[in-house]
Design a protein around this ligand. Structure first.
Ligand code: GDP
Ligand code: IMO
Ligand code: MG
Length: 429
């Protein structure tokens, strides 16, 4: 059986949630492997809208859902998301959700530190979601975090808190924040522990057994490849590896279990937060993309920056994630443009580049080289087969495939679950 990893191939919000929900009909297990509640994945099913942050998008179909150790987990955010979904008729219980015991927790100190840093005037803002993601990952690699399993044993929890707070109180003093109220934090953790622990499992083992039993596993990435901590537009990135390789270490299933990597690609480009964006538009075309695409963040409500499709970047992210095929989303947003532009290279002081350089000063200086294509006046919204697409739209899609050197496996033409065109089945053996 084939196992599939879904990753964002741009700066996030490519439509991963919709595609994961669509694919999860044929999956047995759906696993998140990185990120946290900085993610916002929107599903639309028969007009009903579901917004997921921490829960894998497979929960809506009642599939076995997994939060892997690569995620940073805010237990209170998780419980409130479970409750909110319950109100929409989606019931999440330990029967359908498991959390890796070795998952690090996001605590209130992390959110406070994240926001305090963003509000400092002395350094440039990253434009984070303020959810504590960065500080939580720092504590994970700093070997001083509280993990899910620690909630089961009070003496261990005490040791973890001592180590964590020694570090945080020193930092907080420097930022002018009060020392942490250790007793209150511990009490909050003891209170939340019995609500979280029933979900805690040795996920690596469950995944291994599922694989051996021939189950289909779908890995749901969050954020996008250009927000990757190593390969993204550093420091304007998130604090995890968002590339497909992370699916293995973020769940404990080895890389040989991955058969297909599906890159989710928006038919144009968007980005939330600060950082370089070579094909960004500041004119009415940009405004039109934002309005037609409803480009507002799911998590923070911030306006997303919009620009033309950047084939240079997507070719690069298809390489770094080893993408087997892409799902091209939001093609319908381009309906009615007279001409469309695609960035096919960068100009750096008269020299042509076919990739985004790593140095921040160069990233800020490259200017896009565009190729123009004819637009289409017909509507592609809701199209469910190639035959429903106008010739110019097909040409646009084919040109993208050529430029990024990767085939289109799926096409999405509206937010609705079933407005999806299947070209190649990622689950096919
Ligand atoms: P994710 O973070 O990658 O899951 O993406 P988001 O859910 O944050 O943002 C994508 C937005 O586009 C959501 O509001 C989706 O409902 C919507 N969407 C997804 N696919 C399509 C599509 O093909 N066409 C249109 N018009 N909207 C889409
Ligand atoms: P989904 O899964 C888009 C961006 C933030 C900020 C940077 C760092 O919905 O695609 P963080 O809070 O992670 O430390 O913020 O990353 N960012 C996202 N942008 N989609 C996301 O998730 C994002 N998650 C984080 O805007 O620029
Ligand atoms: Mg999103």
């Amino acid at each position: 059986m084939a196992n599939v990893v879904v990753v964002g191939a741009q700066w996030g919000d490519e439509g991963k949630g919709k595609i994961v929900d669509w694919l999860s009909e044929r999956a047995d297990v759906i696993a998140r492997f990185q990120g946290g509640h900085n993610a916002g994945h929107t599903l639309v099913i028969d007009g009903k809208v579901y917004k997921l942050s921490l829960l894998p998008s497979g929960v809506v179909r009642g599939k076995m859902s997994v939060i892997g150790n690569g995620v940073v987990l805010d237990p209170w955010a998780l419980l409130s998301e479970i409750e909110r979904l319950g109100g929409q008729g989606v019931h999440v219980s330990p029967e359908t959700l498991m959390i890796a015991e070795n998952t690090p927790l996001i605590l209130p100190v992390h959110g406070e530190l994240d926001r305090a840093r963003e509000n400092q005037n002395s350094v440039a803002k990253i434009g984070t979601t303020g959810r504590g993601i960065g500080p939580a990952y720092e504590d994970k690699v700093g070997r001083r975090t509280v993990r899910v399993a620690d909630l089961a044993d009070e003496p261990t929890l005490d040791l973890r808190l001592d180590r964590l707070l020694t570090h945080h109180n020193a930092l907080r003093a420097g930022l002018g924040l009060e020392a942490v109220d250790r007793a209150a934090l511990k009490a909050a953790l003891m209170e939340v522990a019995p609500k979280i622990l029933p979900y805690a499992k040795p996920v690596w083992k469950v995944m291994h057994d599922a694989r051996r039993a021939g189950k289909r596993i779908l890995f749901e990435g969050a954020q996008g490849s250009l927000l990757d901590i190593d390969f993204g537009t550093y420091p304007f990135v998130t604090s995890s590896n968002t590339l497909a390789g992370m699916a293995a270490t973020g769940t404990g299933l080895g890389p040989t279990a991955i058969d297909f990597v599906l890159g989710i690609v928006k038919a144009y480009t968007t980005r939330v937060g600060e950082g370089p964006f070579p094909s960004e538009l500041f004119d009415e075309d940009g405004v039109r993309l934002g309005e037609r695409g409803h480009e507002f963040g799911t998590v923070t409500g911030r306006k997303r920056r919009c620009g033309w499709f950047d084939a240079v970047l997507v070719r690069q992210t298809c390489a770094t994630s080893g993408v087997s095929g892409i799902a091209l989303t939001k093609l319908d947003v381009l309906d009615g443009f007279k001409t469309l532009k695609i960035c096919v290279g960068y100009d750096l002081d008269g020299q042509r580049l076919d990739y985004l350089p790593t140095a921040a000063n160069l990233q800020a200086r490259v200017t896009p080289i565009y190729e123009e294509m004819e637009g289409w006046s017909e509507s592609t919204a809701g199209a469910r087969s190639w035959a429903d697409l106008p010739g110019a739209a097909i040409k646009y899609v084919r040109r993208i495939e050529e430029l990024i050197q990767c085939p289109v496996a799926l096409l999405s033409t509206s937010p609705e679950r079933d407005d999806t065109i299947l070209v190649t089945d990622p689950f096919a053996d």
